[in-house]
Design a protein around this ligand. Structure first.
Ligand SMILES: Cc1ncc(COP(=O)(O)O)c(C=O)c1O
Length: 295
């Protein structure tokens, strides 16, 4: 597998970083997760511009200056996919501070790498089991919540370990107020009486899939609202699903000991999931604007 590493395509075995890398110690990196899909004649990348906008924004939060333009990164991603001869998979851009110890990154070098690999749906396609985590989502005054920064993921890793220890597939975070926030790498949606709800911005990473789902709901004329959601509402809802680049649209069948919709995928979840699957593969003309074609 080839990796794009600071402007060069190199073998993945040679794409290595020194031990005294700032980001390895302090989590001071920014990254993205992007998917590309096989279509009838070629492949398409889903919402690449929005992902790169978020990457550059996350870098700015860390005062990181990337020495490549967004257009250069975009071209490099397309070339990397072609070089690795993949037609469907995942794209991981990462930007990190290099060889410097001490918290203040100061004059540390800024590095960029791009990796691609085939990746099936992250949590499978069946309704999953979740637990409400004992860890809360990072307090929005401790971090910049709408940036995707490496160090934040220690919180996500702890919740994922907790979920696996409790024989669940994934965790659900509450926020510092005790309201539902999101998954360790997913946003969450709830359906009650044919209306869809999702937590408001504030303590969550406002995902690009979340944004896409809100747009699809609007076009489907399914009513929705962003609001504060209590953990009790989670357990008394009709349907529940996660959204995210990795999981795509993932039905949730159980929260702690409570089954949701008898552990089956709900009607609205299925409509959204099916439409999303078509949209990302370029089968819906209206949403071709979200796709970058790899020719
Ligand atoms: C904490 C968190 N929330 C939500 C999401 C979903 O975001 P997106 O739909 O942009 O992949 C992700 C994935 O990036 C995430 O890591």
């Amino acid at each position: 597998m080839k990796i794009w590493f600071n402007g060069k395509f190199i073998d993945s075995k040679k794409a290595i970083v020194p031990i005294l890398t700032h980001t390895l110690h302090y989590g001071s990196g920014a990254f993205e997760g992007i998917r590309f899909y096989k279509t009838e004649n070629n492949s398409v990348i889903f919402r690449l511009d929005e992902h790169l906008n978020r990457l550059f924004y996350s870098c700015s939060v860390l005062s990181m200056k990337i020495s490549y333009s967004q257009e250069e990164i975009k071209k490099a991603i397309i070339s990397l996919i072609k070089l690795n001869k993949l037609d469907e998979g995942y794209i991981r851009p990462i930007v990190w501070y290099g060889n410097k110890m001490g918290l203040y990154p100061g004059q540390a070098d800024v590095n960029v790498a791009l990796a691609v690999w085939p990746w099936e749906s992250y949590l499978g396609n069946k309704p999953i089991k979740t637990i409400i985590s004992k860890f809360i989502r990072l307090h929005p005054k401790s971090i910049v919540a709408d940036a995707k920064i490496s160090g934040y993921y220690a919180n996500s890793v702890l919740a994922s370990l907790e979920a696996k220890n409790k024989k669940a597939d994934e965790a659900i975070f509450l926020d510092y107020k005790g309201n539902v926030a999101e998954g360790p790498g997913e946003n969450i949606f709830l359906v009650k009486n044919k209306k869809v709800y999702t937590p408001k911005r504030g303590s969550i990473l406002p995902g690009i899939t979340r944004d896409s789902v809100l747009a699809l709901l609007k076009d489907l004329k399914i009513p929705f609202k962003e609001k504060e959601i209590s953990p009790k509402e989670l357990k008394f809802c009709d349907e529940l699903f996660f959204t995210g680049t990795a999981v795509e649209i993932c039905p949730i069948g159980k929260v702690d000991n409570t089954f949701i919709n008898n552990g089956r995928i709900g009607e609205i979840t299925k409509i959204v999931k099916d439409l999303y699957c078509r949209v990302v593969r370029g089968l819906e003309k209206k949403y071709l604007k979200w796709l970058n074609f790899i020719k």
